[in-house]
Design a protein around this ligand. Structure first.
Ligand code: GLU
Length: 465
C-alpha cells in the first residue's frame, strides 16, 4: 500500500501547537513509510476562513519544514465534486432530502433531548414521499445512516472503538443553500486524494464514525485512522491561550528554533527510550504511530526552553551568527560592521551557553555590538559607585601597557591589580563588568575583554570614569 497522509487545517485562526504536532506526525508517518504527505486547506467555511490564516498556516509549516510534498489543495475549490457525490448518494437512495424548517427541527431536537436520545433528528423525511414536500422550501440532504448494528474502527492509537449505530444521526451532507458540509467534503477529498492514513486530533473521533458511513454508502475503502490525544495545559484542561500556548509564529518571534519546536512537539505524545533530543532524521527512522500515547500530554514551556537551549548549543556558529544578525536587523534595525561581526562570532561560544532562545542570545550579544557610552541597566549603574568608578579607572594604565592582549595576560593583570590593593578580585571584576557590558552578568570577563580588544575596552572604561 502506498502511504499518503494529509494535514487538513481549517484556516479560521492561527496555526497552533496542536495543529503543528498533527502536521508533524503526518509528515513523519509518511516519511518513515516512504509515502507522501500533503496539505489540504479546509476553507469551506467561507465566513470564518481568512486569507491571513491560510498564510499563517503555510508560513508556519514552511518554517517548521513541514510543507506538503505537493501544492496545497483548497477544499472549497472542490465543491462541484462534493455535490456530485451527494447526487450519487441521492440517486442510489443512500441519502434523502429533508424539508424540515428550522422551527420544526428545534421542536424535534427538544423532544429527543427530553427523551434522552443521542440522535437528535427523528429521520421523518427518510421514508416520506418527496411529492409531499412543502412548496418554496430548499431541502438539506441527509445521509441514511444504518439503524441497527454498530460501527467499529480499529484506530491505530485508540485501539478498537465502537458505537451503536442508533446513536448516529442521519446527518446533513448538503446544506439548504447547496453547500456541502465538512463531514462530506472530508470524506470525498480523503478518498479522491487516496489518503491511506488519517492522522488527526482525537476531537475528531466522533466524526470518524459518521464519516465511516459515507465511505460505506459510496462503497469506498476506508483509510486507517489514528486519533491522537489533544495537548493539555499544566492544569490538565485543553490547551489554550491562557496556558501560554501561542500561534507558531509567536514562537518564531520569541526566538525558538524550528527544529527545537518540532523536537518538543514530537515528544508531546511520542517518545523513544526517554531520549529528549531526537533529530528529524532520527525521528523519521524511529517514528511509529502505534507508539503514540493514549492519554493527553501536557504542554511544558520549560521543557521547550531546555530543548531549545540544547539545539542552540549544538548548532553551527555560522548559523547562529546569521540568526542573530537577522534578528538584530529585523527588530532593532542594527547592521553589523566587520569588526562587530567578528567580535560577535568570537563571543558566540560563551554567549550561547547562557541563552534559552535567539532573542535572549541576541540581547546578550549586544555587549559586543554597542558603542560607548553604553547603556547601563539599573543593577550595573548601582554597582558603579563613585569609588568603584575610580577603582576601575586605575585599570587603564596596566591594561594599556599590555603588549600581548590575551585572556591569560588579561587575567594576570586584573588579579595583580586586586592583590596590590589588597581587595577581593570580585570587587574589581564586578564594576569592570558593569562598565564594559552595562550589565551584571556576562560570559567570562577575561574573554569579554579579550574579544572587545584594547581600544574598545579603554574607551568603555573612560566613558564611565
Ligand atoms: N479541518 C479540520 C480541523 O481543522 C480537520 C479535519 C480532519 O483532519 O479530518 O479541525
Amino acid at each position: 500500500m502506498t502511504v499518503i497522509t494529509r494535514f487538513a487545517p481549517s484556516p479560521t485562526g492561527l496555526l497552533h501547537i496542536g495543529g503543528a504536532r498533527t502536521a508533524l506526525f503526518n509528515y513523519l508517518f509518511a516519511r518513515s513509510n516512504n509515502g507522501k504527505y500533503v496539505l489540504r486547506i479546509e476553507d469551506t467555511d467561507r465566513e470564518r476562513s481568512t486569507k491571513e490564516a491560510v498564510e499563517a498556516i503555510i508560513n508556519g509549516l514552511d518554517w517548521l519544514k513541514l510543507s506538503g510534498d505537493e501544492q496545497p489543495i483548497y477544499q472549497y475549490s472542490r465543491q462541484e465534486r462534493h455535490r456530485e457525490v451527494v447526487n450519487t448518494l441521492l440517486k442510489q437512495g443512500k441519502a434523502y432530502k429533508c424539508y424540515c424548517s428550522a422551527h420544526e427541527l428545534e421542536e424535534i431536537r427538544a423532544l429527543a433531548r427530553r427523551e434522552g436520545k443521542t440522535a437528535l433528528y427523528d429521520r421523518r423525511w427518510r421514508e416520506k414521499d418527496p411529492t409531499t414536500a412543502p412548496p418554496n422550501v430548499n431541502p438539506v440532504v441527509r445521509l441514511k445512516s444504518p439503524l441497527k448494528g454498530s460501527t467499529m474502527i480499529d484506530d491505530l492509537v485508540q485501539g478498537r472503538v465502537a458505537v451503536k449505530n442508533e446513536q448516529l444521526d442521519d446527518f446533513v451532507i448538503l446544506r439548504a443553500d447547496g453547500t456541502p458540509t465538512y463531514m462530506l467534503s472530508v470524506v470525498v477529498d480523503d478518498h479522491d486524494m487516496e489518503i491511506s492514513h488519517v492522522i488527526r486530533g482525537d476531537d475528531h473521533l466522533n466524526n470518524a464514525f459518521r464519516q465511516y458511513q459515507i465511505y460505506a454508502a459510496m462503497d469506498w475503502p476506508t483509510p486507517k485512522f489514528a486519533h491522537i490525544p489533544l495537548i493539555h495545559g499544566q492544569d490538565g484542561t485543553k490547551l489554550s491561550k491562557r496556558h501560554g500556548a501561542l500561534g507558531i509564529d509567536a514562537y518564531k518571534d520569541q526566538g525558538y528554533l524550528p527544529e527545537a519546536l518540532c523536537n518538543y512537539l514530537l515528544r508531546l505524545g511520542w517518545g523513544h527510550e526517554n531520549e529528549e533530543i531526537i533529530t528529524r532524521e532520527q525521528a523519521i527512522a524511529l517514528f511509529e504511530i502505534g507508539a503514540v500515547g493514549k492519554s493527553p500530554s501536557r504542554f511544558d514551556i520549560k521543557k521547550l526552553d531546555n530543548i531549545n537551549s540544547t539545539y542552540m548549543r549544538e548548532m553551527s556558529e555560522a548559523r547562529l551568527s546569521h540568526l542573530i544578525e537577522t534578528h538584530l536587523f529585523k527588530n532593532l534595525n542594527v547592521t553589523l560592521d566587520p569588526i562587530k561581526l567578528e567580535r560577535l562570532n568570537r563571543g558566540l561560544s560563551g554567549l550561547k551557553l547562557r541563552a534559552k532562545n535567539i532573542n535572549e542570545l541576541a540581547a546578550s550579544a549586544m555587549i559586543y555590538i554597542v558603542s560607548p557610552p553604553i547603556n547601563m541597566d539599573e543593577k550595573a549603574d548601582n554597582i558603579l559607585s563613585k569609588d568603584a568608578r575610580q577603582l576601575i579607572r586605575g585599570l587603564l594604565e596596566p591594561l594599556n601597557k599590555l603588549t600581548n592582549w590575551s585572556k591569560t595576560e588579561i587575567e594576570e593583570t586584573l588579579k595583580n591589580f586586586a592583590t596590590c590593593r589588597d581587595i577581593k578580585f570580585g570587587s574589581v571584576a564586578q564594576p569592570l563588568r558593569a562598565a564594559l557590558t552595562g550589565t551584571t552578568s556576562s560570559p567570562d570577563i577575561f574573554e569579554v575583554i579579550e574579544i572587545l580588544g584594547k581600544e574598545e575596552v579603554v574607551q568603555r572604561i573612560e566613558a564611565v570614569c
